[in-house]
Structures are given as C-alpha cells and as structure tokens.
Design a protein around this ligand. Structure first.
Ligand SMILES: [Zn+2]
Length: 415
C-alpha cells in the first residue's frame, strides 16, 4: 500500500502528475511538491517577509532621486500591473520598465501596456528585434522542438538583464517564480534569484541562443545575438541580481488581477481554452497555438495549470478543477489564421508540423488525420455536475479582432 502511494503518478490534491516538465515529486501521503510549497503561503509570516523585502531593496534606492532604482520587466498581460503597483506605489521605487515585443500582440495587450505606463507614470524601453530574424527563429524552433514561443521566452528573460548591464541598474524585480509556484522547486524561504542556468534549463527548454546556431544552418549570428545572455564579467561589474516578488508577498494572481482591474483599469478577456480570463490577454498565440502544442507535447495544457492553482488556493475542489479542464482543454483554436499569415505557411502545412510534436504517450492515430487523446484529464469520467462549475473569473473586455487578418503592427512589425 505504502509502495503504491509512494509511486503514485498523480497528486491527490491537485491535477499534476509526475510527468510535469519542470519536475515534481509526490510524497508518502500522495501530495505533490507544488502543493506542499503552496502550504507555506498560509504558514509564513508575510509581514516579516515584506520587511525583508524593504530591507533588501533599500541600498538600491538612488540617493536624492533623478535615476532609476530598478528594472521591472513588463507586458500587456500577466502580472505586470501588480508588480509595478508594488514597486512604485508600495515600495516607492522609481523603476525603468522594459518590454520585449513578441509581435503576437492583441489590441487589448497594447492598450494595457499603454495604460500601465500612463497610470504609473513610468518610463519604458521596448525591444523590437528585427521581425525577419524572429520569423526565421520561430520556423526553426517550431520544426525542431515544437515551440512558437522560444523567441518570446528568450527575449522576455534576456532584455531586462541586458538593460541592467547597459544602464548600470543592478536590481531587476520579477513577479512570481514559475518553478516555485507550479512544482515547488524551491521554498519561498530560499529566496531564490534569477539565474542563467534556470533560464536555459527551464524557460528555454535547454536551448540558449548559441545552441540555435549549432542546431540550425538556417540561422546566423545576425539572427540570434540579441537573445544572448550577458557574460559573467559584465553581470559582476554591475552587480546585477534579479529577485522575485513572490518570495516576499503572498502570491495570489486571481485576487491581484481583480485588484488591478478595479484600481488601474487592467483589461481582461475570455478565452476558449481556459477559464482564467485575466492572464495572457496580450497574446493571440499563448492561449492558442502555444497552448495546443503544450497539450500535444505534455498531455495537459494551461487550463490544468490554472485549475491546480485555484485548487491550492481553496477556491475549487479537485473535481471542479477537473470539470473545467475537460470543458476547455480541447477547445478549437481561434487565431490560427493570424499565425499562418505571420509565418507565411498555409494551415495544412502547419498542422503537419504540429502533428510531428504529438507525444505518443498521449496521442494515438488509428487512421491518417484522426487522433485520439488520452491524458491525465481523461482518466476520470465527466459527471452530471460538470456543467455547473464556475471558477468566478469575470472579464471586463474582449480579444475581438474586428476585420483584422494580421497581427497589429507595433515598432518594426510592418508586414
Ligand atoms: Zn499537487
């Protein structure tokens, strides 16, 4: 019996399994490391942790003002509003905001980003990498490892660090640490900081910019140099460090987004593939083709991440979370035409490439063109009460495209 529990594949509390790509362990009671670390949120003294944060940032405050105190990476979605709210309104620091243009922008995301810098009265730097290079990289990473998001993750994690070196602003303040939040890779008390190694191993699926050069003969130095992490000498000369706000502030994205919607007009929009309409509203790709690839490769998609988080916060039961996963997990994509237009491929050729990345652990093909899915969500059958489950997320806007058939042009994005 003990043996069976110890070797259980799935957590008894949330919906994750041992196959989580970030790595996850399940203890003798059948509870996963992510759920265990989440328990710290109700156990730690957050007043004391906030005091530690204030102490930590104090030396970085520029004496007499007139300079930036820190860098905050931002987008038109995710937790940018909440992080800037903390940095500017609660810690009283003067941040330089930095933004990597993914080119997958929604109108709502562009509006959110404009509203962010107006509301908080902050300066912002935007990185627009040459769109031809971005397309070449995306064609290569899609073919080779089924990712249309490598350039986004690489750009979003490197541009703030390059800016820290260039402008000699040592402190970078990020939101939550994904490895801690999802799988409990670290305790909050470890106060883990940004590292080159975590970025390469987890954010970038083991491939740094220079690895792309050896993998693909279609890419050159001109395509990848903007994604290269600064050298240790440069980082040490400035004393660059990146801290995570989630180690010092009790992290609860639903409550945080709702506060920012009410206080700072953060715009949110419903998605077909998840119930969380607060996150990722800046991208036509993240909750669309990127989410589909996640389901192909790993047997679960973003809605499972959202359900696990809500279960841990005690707002959904495990059964309710599973009902929501079943409702959203295989919803059809809504913006694939935009991606095809941008990359210059037709939908059938793209589907052929996508199918190459379906994991045989989760996808069977009984005949050409027909696929049968089996994943963690299919092991327990739907119940009569599934339809009534409501996670309580309410959008205040939409991702309506009007007549638009191409991504919205910002910066160097002219088609
Ligand atoms: Zn769990």
């Amino acid at each position: 019996m003990t043996n069976a529990i110890t070797h259980a594949m799935a957590c008894r509390r949330c919906l994750y399994t041992r196959r989580h790509p970030l790595g996850l362990v399940i203890d003798d009671e059948g509870i996963c490391s992510g759920c265990r670390i989440h328990e710290e949120k109700d156990r730690l003294d957050w007043t004391a942790r906030e005091a530690r944060l204030r102490q930590l940032v104090a030396p970085y405050r520029s004496p007499g003002g007139g300079a930036y105190d820190c860098i905050v990476p931002v987008s038109g979605g995710a937790d940018s509003y909440y992080v800037v709210h903390w940095v500017k309104e609660r810690l009283g620091l003067n941040p330089l905001l930095v933004h990597y243009n993914t080119y997958y922008n929604t109108a709502l995301g562009i509006r959110n980003l404009a509203n962010l810098r107006i509301r908080f009265d902050c300066d912002i730097l935007v990185q627009n990498v040459n769109p031809e290079s971005v397309r070449r990289i995306t064609r290569a990473t899609l073919r080779q490892f089924g990712s249309v998001y490598w350039h986004c993750l690489a750009g979003q994690t490197v541009f703030p660090v390059q800016t820290a070196v260039r402008y000699r602003i040592p402190l970078i303040i990020w939101g939550a640490h994904q490895g801690l939040e999802q799988v409990g890779m670290f305790s909050h008390e470890h106060e883990v900081e940004m590292s080159r190694r975590y970025r390469r191993d987890h954010d970038l699926m083991g491939r740094e910019a220079d690895d792309l050069l050896t993998l693909f003969d279609t890419l050159t130095e001109d395509d990848i140099w903007q994604y290269r992490y600064p050298g240790d000498d440069d980082l040490d000369a400035v004393g660059v460090r990146g801290i995570y706000l989630g180690n010092f502030v009790r992290w609860d994205p639903k409550a945080q987004h709702e506060a920012m919607m009410a206080r700072h007009a953060y715009g949110t929009a419903p998605f077909a593939r998840t119930f969380d309409c607060y996150d990722h509203v800046d991208s036509y790709v993240y909750m669309d083709i990127h989410d589909q690839l996640k389901l192909y490769k790993h047997g679960y998609s973003r809605v499972t991440d959202h359900a696990c988080r809500e279960i841990r916060h005690g707002r959904l039961t495990r059964e309710q979370g599973l009902a929501l996963v079943r409702r959203h997990e295989q919803a059809p994509l809504q913006h694939l035409d935009l991606f095809c237009h941008w990359l210059g491929v037709d939908a059938r050729a793209l589907q052929f490439i996508l199918d190459q990345h379906r994991s045989p652990d989760h996808w069977q093909q009984p005949e050409p063109g027909r696929w049968i899915f089996s994943g963690p969500s299919t092991r327990e059958p739907a119940t009569a009460s599934d339809a009534g489950v409501d996670a309580g997320f309410r959008a205040n806007d939409t991702l309506e495209r009007g007549g638009s058939r191409a991504y919205i042009v910002v910066g160097k994005g002219y088609p």
